[in-house]
Design a binder for this molecule. Structure first.
Ligand SMILES: [Zn+2]
Length: 229
């Protein structure tokens, strides 16, 4: 995470100044120290919401495969129902599915019975593909204690994010790339494969993933969403 990185960088700088190493060696020390202390083994957690999203999903699957990346797809139940082939394609590529409700309401406006229906209906649909679905992401990130109770009752864990690319607003490829390049191991990055044209998201992934790999990072399914080993 970023704080750890700052501390490590600061520590390396102090050590570096004591040893009077060259800048090149100091950089090497930072790199090694970050990796040795990283409980995440270099893994960044990419997540994609609101799909399946037609050709956007196909293109994202392609760029993930090209970078040996695994990710978590928080699908909307009714989108998944309309496009079973793409649900299967995501699963067949080794990614995880997450529950993102049936039709994307603000869960905090619903009764408990409606919450249970939103989660349960989507869960049944996704599981009909043979998926093990272990996590739930509330639309708009909106939750309260009743939403949490419904999530837990469905046997799911709430999976939020800590890095938001804001790709849904189509802020430009560079803006999305910048957020991606700021990610460090343990970060959960929010992106979208559904909800409209995602060509900026695809282009940003094509640029950023190889650069993150260059830093020694990799991309995996979040621990909360991972299928039971
Ligand atoms: Zn969403």
């Amino acid at each position: 995470m970023k704080h750890l990185r700052l501390i490590v960088t600061a520590a390396a700088a102090i050590i570096g100044s004591l040893l009077v190493v060259t800048p090149a060696n100091a950089q090497e020390t930072v790199q090694e120290t970050v990796q040795a202390d990283d409980p995440w083994n270099g893994t960044i957690f990419l997540t994609f919401d609101d799909g399946p999203g037609g050709a956007n999903t196909d293109q994202i699957l392609e760029v993930l495969a090209a970078n040996n990346a695994k990710a978590t797809f928080f699908m909307i139940g009714q989108n998944a129902q309309r496009d079973p082939a793409r649900v299967q394609a995501v699963l067949d590529a080794g990614h995880a599915l997450g529950n993102h409700t049936w039709d994307h309401p603000d869960m905090t406006t619903l009764t408990r019975a409606q919450m249970d229906s939103q989660i349960g209906r989507s869960q049944t649909l996704l599981e009909s593909h043979g998926a093990e679905v272990n996590c739930f992401r509330p639309p708009y990130g909106a939750y309260n204690s009743t939403v949490d109770a419904a999530t837990t009752a469905a046997g799911l864990k709430r999976q939020m994010w800590n890095e938001d690319t804001r790709d849904w607003a189509r802020p430009g490829v560079d803006a999305i790339v910048n957020v991606l390049l700021g990610a460090t191991p343990g970060d959960v990055v929010l992106m979208h494969d559904g909800g409209g044209d995602r060509s900026q998201t695809v282009a940003a992934l094509e640029i950023a993933l190889p650069q993150l790999i260059e830093k020694g990072y990799n991309f995996g399914i979040t621990p909360k969403c991972s299928p039971t080993p």
